[in-house]
Design a protein. Structure first.
Lengths: 198, 198
């Protein structure tokens, strides 16, 4: 509580202290085990203030990752059409986010995750709890296969982001999005709902 | 020639000067346009010495990238079985290199390419001229589609390397290689020889 009663940081200082504590907690304990109460304690603020500033634990995670798009809003739209075509819709949505002004945040996140084990852990937690869990919960497949399916999808999508926006290998780097949706959608569809071995 | 007649660097100094000049040339001009003669000129040595130390331009590129495996030896083994099953063989070979002691060089290369545009250019040239060109030349598909096919394969394989060795998302990070070969092989096969749209 020292920071609240001591040098009385402004709102900005308090928000940053909460975000620092959140990043540490999510990276060290994982999203599920990290608690708002513990994060508030580390930041020296009341848990109610964390909720007041950031809302839910999901939303705090997005803010801590500096992530500009809320998968909690985007993923349901991908799922809305059912299992058929979910691969193409997921690739189209992924490309839409990366090709938007938000894409630079994605590139910055990848850069940081590759050079920094701490950010890699945060990104892993993010992919798993904010994106894959929401998608996989809706699939009608053997639950035991879900983790492998999810990480296969992540491998193709992160590779697509890398090649299009970081390494910039042509023609993937500047291809029309629908060309990539048509080519990569069936891959993601099979990883999600198809056979994983021949 | 100043360096040879001036402070007379040892062999190690000369080799490093050549490798520095090679990295600059390959990144700035691309592999095809870079010449041994120009690289030798920048390093202040005779072109014959470059050949003496490093062999061919391909081999100089491998040395400049600090790349421990020669695609010129590995890729022909992948191709030897013909088009059938080439996807699985390519994934198996890729995993074999990354899972070997050489894998740490791959991780270091990815880390550098993600944070450094210069290394990204070198990696792009490497993927295109040392790996993809060798594979694609052997395929019986529309030549106009080859660049897209190649960069799709690269997106899946780099994504696999990222997830298995850098981000380390489970279960891909510690899956049995043959599980990944069975799951990802058909993707690479389709990118190389199958339909790219539905």
């Amino acid at each position: 509580m020292a920071r609240r009663t001591g040098r009385r940081p402004g709102n900005q200082g308090t928000r940053e202290a909460i975000l620092d504590a959140a990043r540490a907690a999510f990276a060290e304990r994982g999203f599920d085990a990290a608690s708002i109460r513990a994060i508030a304690g580390t930041a020296g603020v009341d848990p109610a203030l964390v909720h007041h500033y950031f809302g839910s634990k999901d939303q705090l995670f997005l803010a801590a990752m500096n992530f500009p798009v809320d998968p909690g809003e985007v993923v349901p739209r991908v799922l809305a059409g059912g299992q058929d075509g979910i691969g193409e819709r997921l690739v189209r949505t992924f490309l839409g986010v990366w090709d938007s002004p938000f894409g630079s945040a994605g590139v910055a996140l990848l850069r940081s995750a590759v050079s920094n084990e701490w950010t890699a852990r945060l990104l892993r937690e993010f992919i798993t709890t904010q994106v894959l869990r929401r998608v996989l919960d809706q699939l009608d497949v053997d639950p035991a296969e879900l983790p492998l399916r999810g990480s296969l999808v992540a491998s193709q999508l992160i590779g697509l982001g890398m090649m299009r926006h970081v390494i910039r290998l042509e023609p993937v780097a500047s291809a029309d999005p629908e060309t990539l949706v048509a080519a990569i959608g069936p891959t993601v569809q099979r990883y999600l709902t198809g056979p994983l071995s021949t």
